[in-house]
Design a protein around this ligand. Structure first.
Ligand code: SF4
Length: 372
């Protein structure tokens, strides 16, 4: 049994209807609760709960400070390639977008790594498009080996791999896996993924479990908000997280709520999620999952990122550039526009002013394999 069976058995649409029907009394009961279960999600995401976001946010803040202290772990993404053999209609790297593609050489990977290390980053997320021929497991393993001496933690966000290949990546020195389902709604998934291996919904959905079995220390999942109803995505994502934490208790889990931003080709999301709804979503996940890492990316603008800090966020990206070689001005095409352009130093100063400790290193992976 895998999460595929669970997802297939869930009646998410009915739960979405419950979010619309929850009463003010139900929300008042929520406010009196000390702990929350996944069954509380429809009420936490309800329209009735919108007017009680302030007291719910205070609860979420209290819980986050209890579990994590007033700390914020900072990381930086490094794009290695914009080659992609998939068509995802919302992405700048999509196959049918015609522009010269760029994949970093060993020297370029090292150069980018040295720039980011010099800035002070210790946690690195490396990303590629999905082109098994150009940026397959061998390429990823090689990149990790180049970068590992420079960083205390390396995570990957690449095409879904087999358990065997995830083990190779871990042996090379990676400790974290990020894999977003994009949308948990099968029909929508079909609509947005029209060409390439990414069409395989189930193969992607099982990737987090393969990664957990392979031995990743930290696994980050999420949905790309804007492709389908955000409440539907939230309920599916919460169930996915719940399943993973029950079956793979040895891993640390993280969740992200990326919203679609501007990309080449001018894709416009069909299901806009408002700032207020994003706040409600983050609060709901923090209350139900007090121990998970909640990540916020530079897709969100500076003002909103700062406002979201006390609501349950524990990890943020900084100074992101979404083009391969972007930190050394390669001029390559980027995946999407980032909105928060502050430097690492500016973000650290903001956190300190708010009473938060910016954490550059909270984990150091040790390479134990003879293969490394
Ligand atoms: S979302 Fe990923 S798989 Fe899809 S086009 Fe972009 S890089 Fe390729």
């Amino acid at each position: 049994m895998t999460f595929i069976d669970t997802l297939n058995s869930l009646d998410i649409q009915t739960q979405v209807s419950h979010t619309l029907l929850s009463t003010k009394d139900k929300v008042q009961t929520l406010l009196r609760q000390k702990t929350y279960k996944i069954d509380d999600l429809p009420a936490l995401l309800s329209i009735a709960a919108e007017s009680e976001l302030e007291p719910l946010a205070q609860k979420a803040n209290k819980l986050t400070v209890q579990r994590f202290g007033k700390t914020m772990q900072l990381f930086v993404p490094m794009y290695l390639s914009n080659e992609c053999y998939n068509t995802c209609t919302y992405c700048g790297f999509s196959y049918e977008n015609k522009y010269p593609r760029k994949t970093l050489t060993d020297e370029e990977i090292l150069k980018e790594g040295l720039i980011l290390k010099e800035k002070g980053f210790q946690h690195l997320l490396i990303l590629t498009g999905e082109s098994p021929k150009v940026v397959g497991t061998d390429y990823i393993v090689n990149a990790i080996k180049i970068l590992k001496p420079l960083f205390s933690s390396i995570s990957i966000e690449v095409q879904p791999l087999s358990e065997h290949d995830y083990k190779r990546v871990i042996e090379a020195g990676a400790d974290g896996l990020t894999i977003y389902q994009e949308t948990y709604h099968r029909e929508s998934y079909k609509k947005y993924h029209t060409f390439g291996k990414k069409k395989l919904f189930d193969q992607r959905l099982e990737a987090a479990e393969r990664g957990a079995r392979a031995g990743f220390y930290r696994i980050n999942i999420g949905a790309l908000l804007g492709l389908h109803d955000w409440r539907y995505e939230a309920i599916a994502l919460a169930n996915h997280l719940h399943y993973l934490t029950k079956h793979h208790w040895q891993c640390k889990f993280a969740v992200s709520f990326p919203r679609i931003t501007d990309v080449i080709g001018g894709f416009k999301p069909s299901h806009i999620i408002s700032d207020k709804a994003l706040v409600q979503l983050i609060i709901a996940f923090r209350l139900i999952f007090p121990d998970i890492i909640i990540t916020l990316s530079t897709r969100e603008p500076q003002e909103l990122r700062d406002q979201l800090i006390p609501m349950g966020i524990t990890q943020m990206s900084a100074e992101s550039d979404t083009a391969p070689g972007g930190y050394s001005d390669s001029g390559a095409e980027e995946q999407f526009d980032v909105s928060d352009h502050r430097s690492l130093k500016e973000i650290q100063d903001t956190l300190l002013k708010k009473g938060y400790e910016p954490v550059m290193k909270d984990w150091e992976s040790v390479i134990t394999s003879e293969h490394s």
